[in-house]
Design a protein around this ligand. Structure first.
Ligand code: ADE
Length: 246
């Protein structure tokens, strides 16, 4: 069975624990498919007040996370030099996508550093971190939620984690397209009916309908994705048709 280990370094371990101990992530760690280790950077602060941040050189206000406790924490847990990729979560990083998640899911172990305050001392970036990742073009108060986003996205790709082994192949973005719509019982809810084709039992028709809905939705909402999606001749014909109609 696949096995992956995450080591997260943060000043707010209590912010991560409830999510890691819920639902699919909880089940995956109980089944030993994955291990989550959350470390409080403050435990490696050397002085008696356990200071982890300080004023920036050059002034300007705000606080900067100090280099020493972060180096001490990461080196004592993952070794010197680090035995695995060390990722800093920051809005200045490379954008996290499903492709990046697939690449990282191939690693046996990842160290994640959640930054806080105005930033972290640049020497952490230069001499400890192997990769900087952003989850999107917006700024959070810290890297804790981004670390959970990476862990969640990567963990569900690991073999055995999801009940249906084919589930991740059907995901939005897995094929380069957005997913088709889903329905469950009742067939008629407040007069809004489930499309007839889905109740027809004709699997070829159902597959074609789903593919076309997926293409249509991608064209309407994320036309940029169509440039890189893998399309069959039939898909191209369908897209030509909807463009003509529009
Ligand atoms: N820390 C603050 N904002 C962030 C973002 N968008 N991605 C990763 N880390 C962050």
């Amino acid at each position: 069975m696949a096995f992956m280990r995450f080591d997260v370094f943060t000043l707010f371990p209590e912010a991560l624990e409830p999510y890691l101990q819920s639902s699919i992530l909880k089940r995956a760690s109980e089944r030993a498919l994955v291990q989550f280790h959350v470390h409080n950077i403050r435990d490696w602060a050397a002085d008696k007040h356990r200071v982890t941040d300080d004023e920036p050189y050059g002034g300007g206000g705000g606080m900067v996370m100090k280099a020493e406790p972060i180096f001490a924490a990461v080196e004592s847990v993952v070794g010197t030099p680090p035995a695995c990729p060390v990722i800093l979560l920051t809005p200045q990083g490379k954008l996290f996508t499903q492709d990046v998640a697939h690449q990282l899911a191939g690693q046996p172990r990842l160290a994640l550093i959640a930054g806080r305050y105005e930033g972290v001392d640049e020497r952490v970036r230069e001499h400890l971190v192997s990769e900087e990742i952003s989850i999107g073009d917006y700024v959070l108060t810290g890297g804790e939620l981004p670390a959970l986003v990476l862990i969640d996205t990567i963990t569900r790709l690991l073999p055995g984690v999801l009940g249906d082994p084919a589930a991740t192949q059907k995901d939005s973005h897995a094929s380069g397209l957005l997913e088709h719509p889903h329905y469950t019982r009742p067939a008629d809810f407040r007069g809004w009916e489930v499309p007839e084709v889905l109740r027809s039992g004709d699997h070829a028709r159902i597959e074609r309908w789903r593919r076309e809905r997926s293409l249509l939705r991608t064209w309407e909402r994320r036309p940029d994705l169509l440039k890189t999606a893998k399309l069959a001749e039939e898909d191209d014909r369908f897209l030509e048709e909807i463009k003509r109609e529009a």
